[in-house]
Design a protein around this ligand. Structure first.
Ligand code: GLA
Length: 377
């Protein structure tokens, strides 16, 4: 693209991906989550280009880019462009201060791996433009408008966890976030001598987005029935297992399973946060295994590849616990592994996975990191 020839960026934004320690699919049920940003991120460089409306966005990583006009923010047929267009559309609804800009993007965050590369893209763009044009948006406004952009332009009815974690995370902590009030508490996480190891299955089954929206509907179906008997119920957050049992005859087995998973998962978030605070790492690991079991059997958002890796980890005494992290149907498993056993675990898991699925997995350590950062060049 032509602007690259003389591009002198004014501003750099580092926008991280995230892992979620626990609390999967609880966010859109107004429950609790425990995510943190990781060091893998998308880096943006921005410059005003002096035009009213013309913008250029170029991904160095994928060697592809596009031009756009701020007055014509229609959806694109190209997936990643929609994250950009959706954010610009939401910003334009809130302010008229946006002008033409040029932007390059480079990323070491794998896409489609359950590490929220889409939220990192949305929030990093919003953050950078907010600084560049002094739009005056708060962090929470950027988090929320990025979530809406995902609903409207990408078509996933996601909760708020990914955008929140990408922007608000605190180094060395996980965020205990109440997705209803949006109150949050950074909880220090010290796993020494254990490490957080991600195994990327390298699969992202393409039913992820449609099945995601189906899960949301199934939960709402449960809430609609529960609400008839319990008027105080507005989301699964307000439901106990006893309440759910009392309407069992009136809901399908599928809806029952989805709801019971969410109720248990919300409890697990609190139990795990407590176990972290007490440094009870065995319990942390055990809760991860329980959560994966729920993800796989009741909520049914796992896949053979993730199940295989989680099961495989159970045979290794250096692993305290593991589960699939993120929206599901592939992506990464998160493993708590003793530092002395990391190399061996990665080696044996890689071999076994290759033999079973003929796929070379990717393995890396992650550390709880800070949310979005921005600096003037
Ligand atoms: C995706 C969504 C999040 C959340 C997770 C599952 O990452 O974007 O809002 O629902 O799935 O926990």
């Amino acid at each position: 693209m032509q602007f690259l020839e003389s591009f002198k960026p004014e501003l750099t934004v580092e926008s991280p991906g995230r892992i979620n320690l626990i609390g999967e699919h609880t966010d859109y049920n107004m429950g609790f989550v425990l995510p943190t940003a990781i060091e893998k991120k998308i880096i943006f460089e921005f410059k005003k280009n002096g035009t009213q409306n013309n913008c250029n966005v170029y991904s160095k990583t994928f060697d592809t880019g596009f031009e756009l006009n701020l007055n014509a923010l229609d959806k694109s047929a190209i997936e990643w462009e929609n994250y950009i267009l959706g954010v610009l559309n939401e910003i334009s609804k809130r302010t008229d201060k946006l002008r033409g800009f040029d932007c390059t993007i480079v990323s070491n965050l794998p896409t489609g791996s359950g590490l929220s590369s889409s939220a990192a893209l949305e929030c990093g763009l919003a953050y950078g433009l907010n600084e560049l044009f002094e739009l005056g948006l708060s962090k929470m406004e950027m988090v929320k408008l990025s979530q809406i952009a995902e609903h409207t332009y990408a078509g996933t009815q996601c909760g708020i966890m990914d955008q929140f974690a990408s922007v608000m995370s605190v180094e060395g902590h996980v965020l205990l976030l109440d997705c209803r009030s949006l109150e949050y508490k950074p909880i220090p996480i010290n796993l020494h001598p254990y490490k957080l190891i991600l195994l990327n299955t390298k699969v992202s089954h393409n039913l992820a987005s449609s099945e995601y929206n189906t899960r949301k509907k199934e939960c709402e179906e449960g809430v609609a029935v529960l609400k008839k008997d319990f008027s105080e119920v507005n989301s699964l957050r307000d439901v106990s297992i006893e309440m759910l049992e009392s309407v069992k005859e009136r809901i399908s087995e599928t809806v029952f399973n989805r709801c019971s998973y969410i109720i248990a998962e919300n409890k697990r978030v609190h139990n795990l946060a407590e176990a972290l605070t007490e440094n009870n790492l065995e319990l942390v690991g055990q809760i991860l295994y329980e959560a994966h079991d729920g993800i796989s059997r009741l909520y049914k958002v796992s896949c053979p590849e993730s199940d295989f890796l989680v099961d495989f980890s159970k045979w290794n005494s250096n692993v305290l616990g593991a589960r699939q992290t993120g929206g599901g149907f592939g992506g990464c498993t998160l493993n708590i592994v003793h530092e002395n056993g990391v190399d061996d675990f990665i080696k044996t898991a890689t071999e076994a996975y290759k033999e079973k699925f003929n796929i070379c997995l990717e393995a890396f350590e992650v550390k709880p990191s800070a949310g979005t950062t921005c600096y003037v060049n």
